[in-house]
Design a binder for this molecule. Structure first.
Ligand SMILES: Cc1cc2nc3c(=O)[nH]c(=O)nc-3n(C[C@H](O)[C@H](O)[C@H](O)COP(=O)(O)O)c2cc1C
Length: 168
C-alpha cells in the first residue's frame, strides 16, 4: 500500500491500448470507497472513452490537451443534490480523485489529476449534458503509460513537519 502511494506519479502520455472494463470498474470502485463528509458520497463519475468527445473536452480545458489522446478519462463531479453538509462535495470529490489515481497506479496504468478551469465549466456542461446540480471538479485521463514512467524519488521533507505548534 505505501509503495503504491509513494511511487505514484503523473502520467500524461499513453499507448492506444484500451482500458479493460474490469480495470475501469475497479478504479471507479476505489473512487467510491473514498471517505466523504458524513458519508454523503456527493459525487458522480462521467467516464469518457469516445475520441470525438475527448478531443472536444481537451479543446475546452487547455491544461489537459493530452486528454484528447488518452484511452479513457474519468470526470469527477460534485453532486450538490447529495450533499448533507453544503460545500463538502468538493472535498469528497478530491478524496475520490486521489483514490482513483492510486487505483490506476496499482493496476499498472498511469493517469494525472487534471484541474477543471472554472471558465471551462459551461462548455463542459453542454458537451456532457451535466445538470446544474453537478459541478465538475477534476478530470483524470489515464491508460497504459507510453515511454518511461516518471521518477518517483521520496519527497519526505522534515522541515514541513511541525510538532504541537507551527515553527517557521
Ligand atoms: C488540484 C490539482 C490540479 C492539477 N491540475 C493539473 C492540470 O490541469 N494539468 C496537469 O498536467 N497536471 C495537473 N496536476 C498534476 C500536478 O501537476 C502533479 O500532481 C504535480 O506536478 C506533482 O507531480 P506528480 O503527480 O507526478 O507527483 C494537478 C494536480 C492537482 C492536485
Amino acid at each position: 500500500m505505501l509503495t503504491t502511494i509513494n511511487t505514484r506519479r503523473s502520467v500524461r502520455r499513453w499507448t492506444d491500448a484500451p482500458v479493460p472494463e474490469s480495470d475501469l470498474r475497479d478504479i471507479l470502485e476505489a473512487g467510491m470507497n473514498a471517505p466523504s463528509a458524513g458519508n454523503e458520497q456527493a459525487w458522480q463519475f462521467v467516464v469518457l472513452d469516445d475520441r470525438q468527445t475527448m478531443e472536444a473536452y481537451a479543446a475546452l480545458n487547455p491544461n489537459v490537451t493530452f486528454l484528447g489522446k488518452a484511452p479513457a478519462a474519468i470526470l469527477v463531479c460534485a453532486d450538490t443534490g447529495r450533499e448533507r453538509y453544503p460545500g463538502y462535495g468538493l472535498q469528497d470529490c478530491c478524496a475520490a480523485t486521489e483514490n482513483i489515481l492510486l487505483a490506476i497506479h496499482a493496476k499498472g496504468l498511469g493517469g494525472v489529476w487534471g484541474a477543471v478551469f472554472p471558465q471551462a465549466i459551461p462548455g463542459i456542461r453542454d458537451l456532457l449534458g451535466l445538470p446544474a446540480s453537478l459541478t465538475p471538479i477534476a478530470v483524470v485521463p489515464f491508460g497504459a503509460p507510453r515511454g518511461a514512467r516518471p521518477d518517483a524519488h521520496s519527497r519526505y521533507d522534515a522541515a514541513r513537519v511541525h510538532k504541537n505548534r507551527y515553527q517557521a
